[in-house]
Design a protein around this ligand. Structure first.
Ligand code: F6P
Length: 555
C-alpha cells in the first residue's frame, strides 16, 4: 500500500475544518439544542446492540460533512481495504494486521501471503475449546490428581490487559469454581501476593507472551515454576501445571513447556489486538468457550458494520472524527473514558494501551515528523467514583476534555434502588457538562437559598459552570459477551481510523524499546555503573543509592 506523502494538515479539507472550528467559537450547545428539536435523533445511531448519542458535541451538520471529507482525503476506504486484504499496513515491522480474521465467524476470506488463514485459526479455536472444557469439567487434573481451582495468567501489555479486562467485565458469567488471576508486574509483590492464597496442586499457569522474550513475563514465569516445583518436587509436574500462549515455539520449549501445551498465534496479530486469539485462553477458561465465541461474534458484528456502513452512519468512523475534531482543531490533548459499570473497571487501562501505544507516534509512516497532534492521552475511571475525583476539573477546569460515557441500562446486580441512581448520575453528568450553569441561573439559585447580595457576588464566579463540554453517550441493554466484543472492536476501529487520518503506523511500538534496552544495560552493569559519557550522572548516582539501601534492616 502506497503511503500518502502529503501531510494531512496541508489539505484543503483540514484548512476548511480549522476555519469551521473558528466559526463555531461563540456557539453554545444549549442553543444548538434549542434551535433544533431533532438534534438528538440527527446525531444518534445504533449498531450491534450499542446506541451512540453524540448530540452533546460541539458540531453542526457542516462540521460533520467536513470531517467526513477529511476521512476521504486520507484515503480511509483504501486503507480499510488494505487492512482486510492482508497488506502489510504495519509497514515499519513489515507485517499484515489481521486480527479481524480471528473473529471472522462469517464468510469473509482472509489471506496472509496468499494463504488462507482461517483453517489455522479454526484449529487453534478447537484446541482452546477442548482444553478449556477439560479444565472446567475437572478432566484436566494437576500432577497429584487434584482438580484445577485457580488459573494464573502471566503476561503483560497486550498479553494481559485485554483478557484481564474481559474476565472482569464478564465476571457475572464466570464459574465460581475456577478463579482466574492475572500477574503482569515484574514487581515480586504482584506474583507473591497472588500466590499467597493458592495451592500449587490445584493451580494452572498460562504463560502468555507473543515473543516469549519479555523480561517481566519470563521473570514471573520462572518464579512461578520454582513455586510449583518447590511443592511438587518433580519436573514432570510442569506439564500438568503450565501451558503457554505464544508465536515463539522455540522459546516456549526452551522454557520447558511441552509443544503439546502450547497454543499458537501468529505474527500478524498485534499484541494489543490479541485478546481474540489464543491470548484469550484465560477468558475461555473463566467463562467457557461458548461465551468466548459470543465475544468473537460481537466483534465480528462490529467489523461488518465498520466495513459495510457508509461513513455518515459508521460508529467507529464518527467516534474517530469527533476525537480528531477536538484534538486537532479544538486544542484538546486528552479524552476521558468513564464506564458507569463496575465490571468495566479495567476498560480505561485497556484503552490506554490500545490507543496510546497505537497512535502515540511523532512521525508518519514515511518517517516525516507530523506537524499536528496525534494520539490523545486516554484516561478514566468508573462512575460514580470518577464524579468524586476528577469531574470537578472536567466541569470547571481550564481544559476542554471530551468524555465517553459507557452505560449498561440493565444491571447484573439489580439491588433495589442502585441502578436507577447510577443511570441518573451518568445522564446528569453528561447534561451538566453540556449545559453548564449560567450566571443568571447561579444567581437565582443563591437568591432562593436566601444569600445576601454581597455573598452572591462573592460566590458567583465559583458557582458558574461554563458548560459546552462535549461527551458521547454509549448505552446498551446489558453487558453481555457479544456486546462487549462489539464495544472493544468499536474502539479498535476508531483507533485505526484516527491513525489513517494522521498517517501514522498504528501497529508498531518502537517507543517502548529504548527503556527495555537501557534496563538491560543497567542490569548487566549494576555493580560498576559509573558516570561516563554513555551513562548520565543522575542514573549512576541512583544506582549507587540503590546499593546503599538497607533492605535487610528493621522497618
Ligand atoms: O509494551 C510493549 C509490548 O511489546 C506490547 O506491545 C506487548 O503487548 C507487550 O510488550 C508484551 O509483549 P509479549 O506478548 O511479546 O510478551
Amino acid at each position: 500500500m502506497q503511503n500518502n506523502k502529503r501531510l494531512i494538515d496541508q489539505t484543503a479539507e483540514w484548512k476548511a475544518l480549522e476555519r469551521h472550528w473558528q466559526s463555531l467559537s461563540g456557539t453554545r450547545m444549549r442553543d444548538l439544542f434549542a434551535r433544533d428539536p431533532v438534534r438528538c435523533e440527527r446525531y444518534s445511531l445504533s449498531a450491534c446492540g450499542i446506541d451512540l448519542d453524540y448530540s452533546k458535541n460541539l458540531v453542526d451538520q457542516e462540521a460533520m460533512k467536513r470531517l467526513m471529507a477529511l476521512a476521504r482525503a486520507a484515503d480511509l476506504s483504501r486503507w480499510g481495504d488494505a487492512l482486510i486484504g492482508g497488506e502489510k499496513v504495519n509497514s515499519t515491522e513489515g507485517r499484515a494486521v489481521l486480527h479481524m480474521a480471528l473473529r471472522n465467524l462469517g464468510y469473509r476470506e482472509y489471506r496472509h501471503e496468499g494463504r488462507d488463514v482461517m483453517p489455522g485459526i479454526r484449529s487453534v479455536l478447537s484446541r482452546m475449546r477442548a482444553f478449556s472444557d477439560d479444565v472446567r469439567a475437572g478432566r484436566w487434573l494437576g500432577y497429584t490428581g487434584q482438580r484445577i481451582r485457580d488459573v494464573v495468567s502471566i503476561g503483560i501489555g497486550g498479553s494481559s490487559l485485554g483478557p484481564r479486562m474481559v474476565c472482569e467485565a464478564l465476571r457475572p458469567y464466570q464459574d465460581p469454581g475456577l478463579r482466574v488471576h492475572f500477574v503482569s508486574n515484574i514487581d515480586g509483590a504482584h506474583l507473591g501476593r497472588t500466590l499467597e492464597d493458592l495451592d500449587p496442586a490445584s493451580t494452572l499457569f498460562v504463560i502468555a507472551s507473543k515473543t516469549f522474550t519479555t523480561q517481566d513475563t519470563l521473570t514471573n514465569a520462572v518464579s512461578a515454576r520454582r513455586w510449583l516445583l518447590d511443592a511438587m518436587g518433580n519436573e514432570a509436574a510442569v506439564a500438568r501445571h503450565f501451558v503457554a500462549v505464544s508465536t515463539n515455539a522455540e522459546e516456549v520449549q526452551a522454557f520447558g513447556i511441552d509443544a503439546d501445551n502450547m497454543f499458537e498465534f501468529w505474527e500478524w496479530v498485534g499484541g494489543r489486538y490479541s485478546l481474540w486469539s489464543s491470548i484469550g485462553l484465560p477468558i475461555a477458561l473463566a467463562v467457557g468457550m461458548e461465551r468466548f465465541e459470543e465475544l468473537l461474534l460481537g466483534a465480528h458484528d462490529m467489523d461488518e458494520h465498520f466495513v459495510r456502513e457508509p461513513p455518515e452512519t459508521n460508529m467507529p468512523i464518527i467516534l474517530a472524527l469527533l476525537g480528531i475534531w477536538y484534538l486537532n482543531f479544538g486544542g484538546c490533548d486528552s479524552c476521558a473514558v468513564v464506564p458507569y459499570d463496575q465490571y468495566l473497571e479495567h476498560f480505561p487501562a485497556f484503552l490506554q494501551q490500545l490507543d496510546m501505544e497505537s497512535n502515540g507516534k511523532r512521525v508518519t509512516r514515511d518517517g516525516v515528523p507530523v506537524t499536528y497532534q496525534t494520539g490523545p492521552v486516554i484516561w478514566g475511571q468508573v462512575g460514580t467514583d470518577a464524579q468524586h475525583s476528577f469531574f470537578q476539573l472536567l466541569h470547571q477546569g481550564t481544559r476542554l476534555i471530551p468524555v465517553d460515557f459507557i452505560l449498561p441500562l440493565c444491571s447484573h446486580h439489580p439491588l433495589p434502588g442502585h441502578h436507577e441512581k447510577l443511570v441518573a448520575n451518568c445522564f446528569a453528568q453528561a447534561q451538566a457538562l453540556m449545559r453548564g450553569r449560567t450566571e443568571a441561573e447561579a444567581r437565582a439559585e443563591m437568591e432562593q437559598l436566601g444569600l445576601d447580595e454581597a455573598r452572591i457576588r462573592e460566590l458567583l464566579p465559583h458557582r458558574v459552570f461554563p458548560g459546552n463540554r462535549p461527551s458521547n453517550m454509549l448505552v446498551f441493554d446489558r453487558l453481555t459477551p457479544r456486546v462487549l466484543g462489539s464495544l472493544i472492536a468499536l474502539y479498535e476501529h476508531k483507533v485505526f481510523v484516527q491513525g489513517v487520518i494522521w498517517g501514522v503506523d498504528s501497529f508498531d511500538q518502537w517507543g517502548v524499546e529504548l527503556g527495555k534496552q537501557l534496563a538491560g544495560h543497567i542490569l548487566r552493569n549494576f555493580e560498576e555503573i559509573a558516570c561516563t559519557p554513555g551513562v548520565d550522572c543522575s542514573t549512576a548516582s541512583l544506582v549507587r543509592r540503590y546499593h546503599l539501601a538497607d533492605c535487610n534492616g528493621e522497618d
